[in-house]
Design a binder for this molecule. Structure first.
Ligand code: PMP
Length: 427
């Protein structure tokens, strides 16, 4: 096929044929990643002309679909009026105001080009603000690809079968302590021992990187209380969760407020984006006001800003989050029913317009639970769904994402495919 030819060419020039390892099919028993030609609404079309209903949403950002007219218009206008100035622009002000209005814990914001940069800088700011070194995080949470957080780092590295990355120094690994998600006691024990040296506690408030896993009642509250009692800052990594479940951050849905927050993915309309922010007294630690340095030639570029503004404008449409959640619930019900009918132990974690299917007979609350699910079954499921025209993330540690472009007909078609695929899985 043309897709296979493209993959051969990709492997000649691009390491592993992909520009991000999670796009390889290593986590689903192998195979050649499909080369896509274009996207329209919630559909992808490959270079051979096959159509897919897409639930990958580019690992999250494509919440408004691939080519929403309002965002396309904003990008066209941005392209026509100069893509990068290296000076302040009014677009940055408008987007910053929209974000700070939507997220009460944030007085001030800084834009970056990726989620990785955003999280990386929150760590630096927490260290600068507290004058401490250590970071505590939760196993299986993914916070980007900077050295400090590549220890027990969820979806990306786990899919490759490594809980760590070569090239991360031992001294860096010693600056981070990793504890299980959804368990207060191990976190408390770590803080009792090391708390006076801990600068920040890095948290995905709803896990998005060993599938979607909600916090147990009281867990986030306990983290905040214990961290603050020891003088550490709480940093939420909302790169996946921002604007995914509501217009704004997940923290305001969960009712637990961190000291700093990192953003990315869905705020940018599909363009490269990241942001971080918090209250003025902490953010004023950042250069040029304070001693914590952070910069970026492309940061706050007019293209990403105007796409981001347009994206947030689209996400204000009434009813869209309810509709995505309803569709996700229908998919969840179908997956559970198909599992039941075909005698395949299946667990679905669904939160708003996102869900993860695990082949498992136990609930998934922490990373060990997600690791101990049937990888081989997931690999077969992924490939059978793909053959039937449903594009999912190629990893059992990732989520399905609904977009505002999915229709009831897409959901009905997907449900029919789910039932056929489970029958095949049972054979
Ligand atoms: N944090 C979380 C929670 C993420 O899911 C990701 C990306 N999967 C990142 C940070 C890194 O973002 P980026 O890929 O834009 O660098």
């Amino acid at each position: 096929t043309k897709s296979e030819q493209a993959a051969i060419e990709a492997n000649q020039y691009i390491v592993g044929g992909v520009n991000s390892p999670s796009r390889s099919y290593k986590g689903v028993g192998g195979g050649t990643p499909i080369t896509m030609a274009y996207g329209d609404g919630c559909y992808l079309y490959d270079v051979d002309g096959n159509k897919y209903i897409d639930y990958l949403a580019a690992f999250g950002p494509i919440i408004t679909g691939f080519n929403h007219p309002h965002i396309v218009a904003a990008i066209k206008k941005a392209a026509e009026t100069g893509v990068l100035y290296g000076t302040p622009t009014a677009y940055e002000n408008k987007f910053a105001k929209m974000l700070t209005d939507a997220i009460p814990s944030m007085d001030k914001v800084r834009f970056t080009n990726s989620g990785t940069e955003a999280v990386m800088t929150t760590v630096r700011v927490a260290r600068a603000y507290t004058n401490r070194d250590l970071i505590v995080k939760f196993s299986g949470a993914y916070h980007g690809h900077f050295d400090l957080v590549l220890v027990e780092a969820g979806s990306g590295p786990s899919t490759l079968g490594a809980s760590d990355s070569a090239g991360v120094t031992n001294s860096t690994a010693q600056e981070v302590i990793t504890v299980p998600f959804n368990q207060v006691a191990p976190f408390q024990a770590v803080m009792e021992k090391w708390g006076s040296k801990v600068a920040g506690v890095l948290v995905e408030p709803i896990i998005g990187n060993f599938g979607m896993v909600p916090p147990e009642p009281g867990f986030l509250e306990a983290i905040n209380e214990i961290a603050h009692a020891h003088g550490a800052l709480v940093i939420y990594d909302e790169v996946i969760t921002n604007f995914r479940f509501r217009y704004g951050a997940a923290q305001d849905m969960l009712g637990v407020i961190p000291d700093l927050t990192a953003f990315g993915k869905s705020i940018g309309g599909g363009l490269p984006i990241g942001a971080y922010g918090g209250p003025k007294h902490i953010m004023d630690t950042v250069a040029p006001l304070g001693p914590a340095y952070q910069a970026g030639t492309m940061a706050g570029n007019p293209l990403s800003m105007q796409a981001g503004i347009a994206c947030l404008e689209v996400l204000q449409e009434p009813g869209i989050y309810e509709r995505m959640a309803d569709f996700a619930r229908q998919l969840k019900d179908a997956l559970l029913e198909a599992g039941e009918t075909n005698g395949i132990p299946t667990v679905v974690n669904q939160i708003g317009g996102s869900l993860t299917v695990y082949f498992s007979d136990h609930p998934i609350k922490e990373y060990e639970d997600a690791k101990n699910t049937d990888s081989e079954m997931f690999g077969r499921f992924f490939h059978l769904m793909l053959e039937e025209g449903i594009n999912l993330a190629p990893s059992k540690f990732e989520a399905w994402f609904l977009t505002i472009m999915h229709t009831q007909q897409d959901i009905d078609e997907t449900i029919a495919v789910i039932h056929r695929v489970f029958e095949k899985l049972a054979q």
